[in-house]
Design a protein around this ligand. Structure first.
Ligand SMILES: *Cc1c(COP(=O)(O)O)cnc(C)c1O
Length: 382
């Protein structure tokens, strides 16, 4: 197995590190419990993409401890990794899986998404070959325009699944396109379409065991979309689904991103800094070089910010692969070895993943998913 995440559980001493992430597992546990209390539903914790960059294995163990009823992933390989790590709760792969993988899914008790009649038939035949039964969740496209059988065809599709004896019709689900913009009417329309599918199946006596739909934003803002279980991802990490669909105030961001200053130098006016000399000092300036670059998941753009000595500092010159330079205030006591914060708190200042996301013209989701494997994750408050 590829060593995907470096795990240093409960090591509070970061002296040896030049760049690292601190993941507060206590915050993740409490966020999951907050979702359970708020929605009064079992939580299907969505931990795709290395648990939104936070680290799949440790976050999964924490989610199970917090009471998550299911874990949901995007790819079957992630699910197999969890089984190999000894996780036994039900797992759903929400993305597309090749029919060749059906024997693996059966062996590891992994439930698969199925999104059309051809795939259902292929899974049925693959399961038949190994004399097994594969658990499936039918995906219905009620308006996302991505995976899923179109809602008009979903009743026929459900009846087909129910008739194939090497499939176990375990669940049916849909996904919302705009739940993080609660003012838009499309989510309610998607819910009505989904309800019509469920009623149609019922009229034929087809009752998939579990009905689920709500991502984080819908879990909070659309109570009638909670069905049998909710399927939150971003909220687990204490990150807001969007500026319009904020989490309740008590949720806690779990991740901090830190690195160290590698050197501090004073340059005369007119000194070019970093590749391409996009930045020239205009006076005598103190410039710090820090151990963070685009290969860690930082963005190679101009105008970035960070925290040094509890103050906001600005980038000076282009971001390099492993390093970057930062303009220090003239009176800054910063020196080599000091901590710099990219996401998190320092003194009275704070930079959130949401703020980095808006500076990078993207969302907090992409910021945390972009954190690369070479940045070690330290797990606190297990
Ligand atoms: C990613 C994803 C979720 C979780 O979405 P969040 O906005 O992170 O809560 C739920 N369902 C599906 C199908 C997804 O792809």
């Amino acid at each position: 197995m590829i060593p995907f995440e470096v795990v240093y559980t409960n090591r509070m001493n970061f002296d040896q590190q030049t760049i690292w992430l601190e993941i507060d597992l206590g915050a993740i546990r409490r966020n999951i419990q907050r979702i359970q209390t708020l929605t009064k539903r079992p939580v299907m914790a969505v931990l795709k993409a290395n648990a939104y960059g936070h680290g799949l294995i440790e976050v999964s163990k924490t989610a199970v401890k917090a009471g998550a009823a299911w874990l949901c992933l995007a790819r079957v390989e992630e699910a197999i990794r969890l089984r190999e790590a000894g996780i036994t709760v039900p797992i759903l792969v929400m993305g597309y899986t090749q029919p060749d993988r059906v024997p693996d899914a059966i062996e590891h008790k992994i439930s698969l998404m199925v999104n059309n009649q051809e795939l259902a038939q292929a899974y049925h035949l693959a399961a038949k070959q190994v004399k097994g039964k594969v658990s499936v969740h039918a995906k219905v496209d009620t308006g996302m325009g991505r995976l899923g059988v179109l809602y008009e065809d979903a009743v026929d599709f459900g009846r087909q699944i129910a008739s194939l004896n090497h499939l176990f019709f375990e669940g049916i689900f849909t996904h919302f396109a705009c739940a993080d913009e609660p003012g838009k009417p499309i989510t309610d329309l998607q819910i009505r379409r989904f309800d019509r599918v469920l009623a149609g199946l019922k009229s034929y006596g087809v009752h998939p065991k579990m009905v689920h739909a709500a991502n984080s934003a819908a879990s909070i803002y659309f109570p009638h979309a909670r069905y049998d279980a909710v399927r939150p991802g971003i909220a687990i990490f204490g990150l807001h689904p969007s500026a319009e669909a904020k989490l309740p105030e008590d949720f806690e961001a779990a991740l901090s991103w830190k690195c160290r200053i590698a050197s501090v130098k004073t340059f005369p006016p007119g000194s070019g800094i970093s590749y391409g000399h996009q930045y020239y000092t205009t006076q005598t300036e103190r410039i710090a070089a820090a151990s963070i670059g685009y290969a860690d998941g930082f963005r190679r753009r101009m105008g970035n910010i960070a925290l040094i000595n509890g103050q906001r500092v600005k980038q000076a010159g282009k971001i390099c692969m492993d390093q970057s330079m930062w303009r220090l205030p003239d009176d800054s006591p910063a020196k080599a070895g000091d901590e710099m914060v990219l996401i998190g708190r320092q003194g009275d200042e704070r930079i959130t993943a949401e703020e980095q996301g808006s500076m990078w013209e993207t969302v907090n989701y992409e910021v945390v998913c972009g954190l690369t494997d070479r940045v070690p994750r330290f797990y606190l408050n297990e």
